[in-house]
Design a binder for this molecule. Structure first.
Ligand code: BGC
Length: 768
């Protein structure tokens, strides 16, 4: 290297232009050193990879067939460590899920490392979906923050807390595109949009996995459920899906491809069947696309017994066929059911499957264990750790809960609460329930230390204001109106009502789907009774999905949609109500007016007869609708209750002067567009600026709008900023008839604005 530098300096000195210019020499040197450093990193990385591959191969060569198949089994922790000792000693397990305390993971690992022939460490998995002990908002709520950086931080916190108990693998993020709010698992998703889900899913993966998987606080992420699970028919869990290949690629696979691009360590196959082939035995999606097209060599785990459930689907006759079809589809590890361990050996002996299939699966498993540094450091648990729920963790949870809250209505700017309100009625089944505000998929957090809105508001108001609390209903599903009298009396004694309603945690999540999306129990009645008092009503809805609440919308003055906000939901909501924070969340999913509109999403195709606006006042006796034959319902408006991307602020943002830099762009160029954003109101605030495009005429029909960018911009009052977006023409690609990804020349519309229905418009053309 020094010889090279000397030569370079000599060369410099010979050059007239540079002679005497030590500055330039140093500058060149600097670039050279940077180059060497980058080359070193890349080289070291390649070396690291090669070293791991060598280790994997060496270990594999020492393993018996039974040991290999044992690695492919994941067991749910049950009973005690002793109950499982023989299974581990006999090499019949590669991973446990649901072993989640530091003591058990340590003891189980000790058996694997010290009492098995090859000492291969176990990997402990858990559904750390939105936090381990510090609970963040449900993923759908997190998505409403549109804040990838903050979401990454939250996932980092979750990893720090989970790894302290020995967990090195989380079954998250769930990046299923979810367009049906009846589906209970919409709560676990980032909503309806492939672009938003891709970016936020990638942020979660980065947060869980950290900078380097060998870091003791890193855990492997698992992108799930591969694939199409979010399209379960009629929003009923585990249901059939029918997804044409173009839609599969452009909608459902998008976030998974992004996950592969950011090096997700693992994937989970889904429960649903796709066009008749169950996702867990689907060679086309799991092998052709994931392995062959995308080159994914991470670990693919089945979902809980999703392999043996292929018998119920009617796709396999028995568990032997299950094992055959799953290994052929390249599933590496079987969760909970035991078709691999029971039948793979026979399938090999009968020469029905190639031994290389098993070797490959085991390589994927061992590779991950090496990558996680488990061979060098198998005991990652920190006994009696005080890691969880540290001050900084709670701060991230509070910030994310705050940014996830969406202001849907604010009549006469009643929010933030005026100082004139001295007596505050806090009412509702969700005002003081630390458990329910956490939402679905919470194990270790379980309401522990969660701060409810009632507690937070009392603390905030101190002696300045009087808080009068009445539950009104025992839970969100309670239909007993006995508690109404107390609630009405509390309202009558107060200047304003803060009403906390919505859905208890059990109403969303896996297998918790709903056919009606109205506020359950007697909550609507409670709202009406309180409205009749004439007091201003501020409604805070906590729920795991979009609800339909048109009926109460007109009865209340303000609506804050807080999802299930987690441990720090109370303080976050209190800060927003009192104006310490300004709401900035935007909906990551369209809110329907009624269940009959579902599926309703912004990126739909145009029909040949789109309806603009619909006059539904058809006079009786009229044989046909005078408005003609367009695509609408007679009994509900075509617009949603709230569009994708929607969310108000206490301040007012003005969008103007959209400017596209060129009218025509060549393929391969970067499209640049900008607009001015001004804060016209009285609050410093964040605005999420959204960019959409439409390919106006293509070889296959394209959505009427597609999100292609977003930025969270902070503006002080009166401040104006130019917000600029740059998109490469490749990002406008579609799938042609041969399913090739191409950007087709032609005209495009482009929009910037505050939600998918309120946008400034421009256009450009792509040319060859
Ligand atoms: C769910 C998965 C989850 C797994 C393990 C399944 O029922 O579908 O998302 O990771 O259980 O708990």
């Amino acid at each position: 290297m020094f010889v090279f530098i000397r030569r370079m300096i000599k060369q410099e000195l010979k050059d007239d232009y540079y002679r005497g210019s030590m500055y330039n020499i140093l500058l060149r040197l600097k670039f050279f050193i940077i180059f060497i450093l980058i080359a070193n990193i890349v080289f070291a990385d390649t070396l690291g990879k090669e070293e791991i591959e060598n280790k994997v191969d060496t270990l594999l060569s020492k393993m018996t067939l039974q040991e290999k198949i044992g690695q492919m089994q994941q067991i749910s922790f049950w009973g005690s460590v002793e109950d499982l000792r023989e299974t581990i000693k006999n090499g019949k397990v590669g991973s446990f899920l649901n072993a989640s305390d530091a003591k058990s993971t340590y003891e189980l690992q000790k058996i694997a490392v010290e009492e098995t022939r090859l000492g291969i460490p176990l990997i402990f998995a858990r559904d750390v979906i939105h936090g381990q002990e510090t609970i963040f908002p449900i993923p759908l709520g997190q998505a409403a923050s549109w804040n990838a950086e903050l979401i990454e931080k939250a996932a980092r916190v979750a990893a720090v807390e989970a790894t302290a108990t020995g967990i090195k693998w989380t079954f998250a993020p769930m990046i299923d595109i979810s367009r049906d709010p009846r589906w209970g698992r919409v709560a676990e998703s980032c909503g309806e949009d492939p672009y938003l889900t891709s970016k936020l899913g990638a942020a979660m993966i980065k947060g869980f996995q950290g900078k380097d998987l060998t870091d003791p606080t890193s855990m492997a992420a698992c992108a799930k459920h591969f694939v199409g699970y979010g399209a379960s028919e009629a929003g009923k869990d585990y249901n059939t899906t029918f997804i044409p290949e173009r839609q599969l690629r452009e909608i459902h696979l998008k976030p998974f491809k992004e996950a592969v691009d950011v090096d997700v360590a693992s994937m989970m196959s889904a429960f649903n069947d796709i066009n008749g082939i169950p996702a867990s035995g689907n060679k086309f999606t799991l092998k052709t696309i994931l392995r062959d097209e995308w080159g994914f060599n991470g670990l693919v785990v089945s979902d809980w017994a999703s392999m043996t459930q292929m018998i119920m689907h009617g796709f396999c006759e028995d568990e032997k066929e299950v094992a055959f079809k799953s290994i052929e589809a390249n599933i590496d590890m079987e969760m909970a059911s035991t078709s691999y361990i029971d039948h793979l050996e026979t399938l090999i002996n009968e020469k029905k499957i190639d031994a290389a299939l098993i070797d490959n699966a085991v390589k994927n498993i061992l590779r991950l264990k090496y990558k996680l540094g488990l061979f060098e450091n198998p005991y990652t648990a920190i006994p009696d750790s005080k890691v969880a729920r540290q001050e900084e963790h709670l701060k991230v949870a509070e910030k994310l809960a705050g940014q996830s809250i969406v202001l849907l209505k604010n009549k006469n700017e009643i929010l933030p609460l005026s100082d004139d309100f001295k007596k505050i009625a806090v009412i509702g089944p969700l005002a003081d329930n630390a458990l329910e505000q956490n939402g679905c998929w919470v194990f270790e957090g379980f309401g522990k230390d969660g701060i409810t809105p009632l507690t937070a508001l009392k603390e905030k108001f101190g002696n300045d204001k009087e808080v009068i609390f009445a539950k009104g209903l025992k839970s969100t599903v309670d239909s007993d109106e006995d508690g109404f009298a107390d609630a009405i009396s509390a309202a009558n004694k107060s200047d304003v009502v803060l009403l906390f309603i919505g859905e208890d945690a059990f109403l969303s999540g896996e297998s918790h789907c709903r056919a009606f999306l109205n506020l359950p129990g007697a909550q609507e009645e409670l709202v009406s009774k309180l409205a009749a008092t004439g007091k201003p009503i501020i409604t805070i809805i906590m729920a795991g999905r979009p609800l339909t609440f048109e009926k109460i919308e007109s009865e209340v003055d303000a609506i804050l949609y807080a999802w299930h906000p987690g441990t720090m939901g109370g303080p976050a909501i209190a800060d927003i109500l009192t104006g310490v924070e300004t709401p900035s969340g935007k909906l990551p999913i369209t809110f329907p007016r009624s269940v009959g509109q579902i599926p309703i999403y912004y990126a739909h195709h145009n029909t040949g007869r789109p309806a603009e606006s619909v006059d539904r006042s058809v006079p009786l006796g009229t044989p046909l609708n005078p408005k003609g034959f367009a695509s609408f319902y007679l009994d509900v408006d075509i617009s949603p209750a709230y569009p994708f991307g929607y969310g108000l602020s206490y301040t007012k943002f003005d969008y103007s002067a959209i400017k596209i830099f060129k009218e025509k762009y060549k393929l391969g160029e970067i499209i640049e567009v900008e607009c001015l954003l001004k804060n016209l109101g009285n609050y410093n605030a964040d605005e999420i600026v959204q960019l959409y495009i439409r390919d106006l005429s293509a070889s296959a029909v394209q959505p009427v709008k597609l999100l292609k960018g977003f930025q969270r911009i902070h503006l002080k009052t009166d401040e104006t900023k130019t917000v600029k977006f740059s998109i490469h023409t490749d990002e406008l690609s579609i799938h042609d008839a041969e399913m090739e990804s191409v950007t087709e020349p032609g005209k495009f519309k482009i929009w910037i604005g505050s939600n998918s229905a309120d946008l400034l418009e421009s256009e450009f053309e792509i040319i060859k």
